[in-house]
Design a protein around this ligand. Structure first.
Ligand code: CAA
Length: 240
């Protein structure tokens, strides 16, 4: 039986590319989505990948959503924590809601999903968790104290959980994408985006497929010695 992979935020942007690449690599994929049902339905229609709606920042909803995925498809052996949102605004104008929404969707979500699947992974002595962080968690970004904090938090979460999972066959790694050509990045004001692209040595935005390729690499059975790592994929924009 093919291993079951759950991709959060898996019907749009980088997550959709990851879900498609995992399905192409032979995994049984479930794609979670938060709110955009018409988009998710269209994604399911085109790809044949089943979609499941819940809010990953809500622990109770996440437990129920994962239980549904496991009942319909099977135990989750691969988890890709990709779901994320931005609420860009300088700190001096930031409302607490803008802070907590971003921490909830980007960072608490990793706790919510991992907490539910970790027991089964430990019992089966196998698991692959890939957390999608960001260049802006490594470098910081004007207007993103919330997002940069969440994405930096993901790197610490990854390292700690990697240590805990190591003896149980569970690897946990982070990927830090740079600026990828998604709706999230296209929402950046045009003049700001032009300045960002000018600072990317490769000279262009990245593609979702270029992140998905690394996820497929990290979740392979043969990747069992790669854990706790942070893989930077940003066209040379920020060198760690
Ligand atoms: N560095 C330094 N100063 C900056 C700046 C920057 N990057 N951006 C704006 N400023 C300055 C402005 O020039 C302005 O200065 P003055 O008052 O002297 O004119 C001051 O800061 C305030 O600017 P604004 O009035 O424009 O501030 P604002 O309240 O409108 O908010 C912003 C600005 C929301 C931060 C807007 O600039 C923005 O959206 N920037 C893009 C943020 C960004 O890059 N987000 C990443 C999205 S992609 C993503 O998140 C995916 C991923 O993982 C990579």
């Amino acid at each position: 039986m093919a291993r079951v992979a759950l991709v959060t935020g898996g019907t749009r942007g980088i997550g959709a590319s990851i879900a498609i690449a995992l399905a192409d690599a032979g995994y049984q994929v479930a794609a979670n989505f938060g709110g955009n049902a018409p988009n998710a339905e269209a994604f399911r229609g085109v790809t044949g990948i089943p979609v499941f709606q819940w809010d990953v920042s809500d622990g109770v909803a996440t437990a129920a959503g994962i239980a549904k995925v496991e009942a319909e498809i099977g135990p989750i052996e691969i988890l890709v924590n990709n779901a994320g949102i931005t609420r860009d605004v300088p700190l001096h104008k930031m409302a607490e809601q803008q802070w907590s929404d971003v921490i909830g969707a980007n960072l608490t979500s990793c706790y919510n999903t991992s907490r539910v699947v970790i027991d089964g992974m430990r019992e089966r002595n196998f698991g692959r968790i890939v957390n999608i962080s960001s260049i802006n968690g490594q470098a910081g970004q004007f207007g993103q104290t919330n997002y940069s904090a969440a994405k930096a938090g993901i790197i610490g979460f990854t390292k700690a959980l990697a240590l805990e999972g190591a003896r149980k066959g569970i690897t946990v790694n982070a990927i830090c994408p740079g600026h990828i050509d998604t709706a999230m990045v296209q929402a950046v004001p045009k003049d700001v985006l032009a300045q960002i692209i000018a600072r990317i040595p490769v000279g262009r935005l990245g593609k979702g497929e270029e992140i998905a390729r690394a996820v497929v690499f990290l979740v392979a059975d043969e990747a069992g010695f790669i854990t706790g790592s942070t893989l930077t994929i940003n066209g040379g924009q920020y060198l760690t």
